[in-house]
Write a protein that binds this ligand. Structure first.
Ligand code: FO1
Length: 316
């Protein structure tokens, strides 16, 4: 496996950019390395939200209203579960459940998460590689002011990421091994892209798996990040709130500082053009481009910009 383009990915924002990337560059020559610290076990089933969001989106099957889950989903299992007072705050659609059933069954048979993910990816007819960052269990834990430490989905879904946070840690990260082939793929890629995902809870856990941050830092000139912060706000999710709560400047400059050691270039939106000099002062080359992806065309245009600067950087 020697893909030219390797993309570090969280969920919805990364999936949108990947839609553009597979149009701008042959998908068979690409690898998406996906965060698994959002994974959770519910009803005894292993749920991998970011992996599934990436697969469903690239397959054109994602629910366009939510950005996660499947389009045209039905909810009979959740309704039936409600009768027993089961856990229904994390909504698993009837067809989505099949993915979790299959994954859990295969893991129970002894297959590792990378193997099962490859099977799911192939079953949806995708050509690009999709790799969980690790086969080992890692789990984002969120320290809240009112309840102490809670699980990520408890924070994100059940509390609607609307509670104050004082710390984030990735449980299991110090023991985790990078997924097979990941370090080699990072060493040989022409372009490494950091998708516009949450830098703290999506890209953060990917970089925390031992060996991954160093492997990316060693390729810094080939690394291009896309800011998930536009005009001081996250396009989706709690990146802006978390950055502020955890003491980072909530702007493209704050993003540049977070990625300074791993990325040579940051792509920021036109709305933040006035901050380009400050990004460069943080030690990161700055490219200004439209970064809002509201469809395939805008995602492809952004992908072309990103691939262009990654190639230029790799050559220097
Ligand atoms: N997000 C929600 O806000 N509410 C849900 O009920 C929910 C269910 C869900 C089921 C499967 C799946 O793959 C994702 C799901 N998500 C849900 C999204 C998920 O919690 C987050 O988008 C990610 O973990 C953050 O990247």
């Amino acid at each position: 496996m020697t893909p030219s383009v390797v993309t570090l990915a969280g969920g919805v924002g990364a999936a949108k950019l990947l839609v553009g990337l597979v149009r701008a560059h042959p998908p068979g020559d690409q690898l998406a390395v996906v965060n698994t610290a959002d994974d959770t076990v519910l009803h005894g089933l292993h749920v991998s939200p970011d992996l599934d969001t990436v697969v469903y989106t690239l397959a054109g099957a994602v629910n366009p209203d939510t950005g996660w889950g499947l389009a045209g989903e039905t909810w009979q299992a959740m309704d039936a579960l409600d009768r027993y007072g089961g856990i229904t705050w994390f909504r698993l659609g009837d067809r989505d459940l099949a993915t979790h059933l299959y994954r859990t069954h295969r893991l129970g048979q002894g297959a590792d998460l990378a193997t099962v993910t490859a099977e799911i990816t192939a079953a949806w007819g995708l050509e690009l590689g999709i790799l969980p960052v690790t086969n080992d269990r890692i789990e984002t834990r969120v320290t809240t002011v009112d309840e102490g430490e809670i699980g990520f989905q408890d924070y994100f879904v059940r509390r609607r990421h609307n509670v104050p946070v004082t710390a984030i840690r990735v449980d299991g990260s110090e023991r985790a091994q990078p997924a097979p082939g990941l370090i080699e793929a990072l060493a040989s890629a022409t372009s490494i892209i950091i998708a516009p995902s949450n830098p703290i809870v999506s890209i953060g856990p990917v970089l925390e798996v031992p060996g991954v941050r160093d492997a990316i830092a060693a390729r810094r000139d080939a690394v291009v990040a896309v800011s998930p912060i536009v005009g001081g706000a996250a396009l989706k999710g709690p990146a802006d709130r978390l950055m502020k709560e955890l003491g980072h400047e909530c702007s493209v400059v704050g993003v540049a500082r977070l990625y300074q050691d791993v990325a040579a270039t940051l792509v920021i939106d036109e709305a933040d053009a006035h901050l380009a000099d400050e990004v460069e002062t943080a030690g990161v080359s700055c490219i200004v481009a439209p970064t809002i992806m509201d469809g395939v065309e805008s995602a492809t245009a952004l992908a072309q910009v990103v691939l262009g600067c990654a190639r230029a950087g790799a050559g220097t």
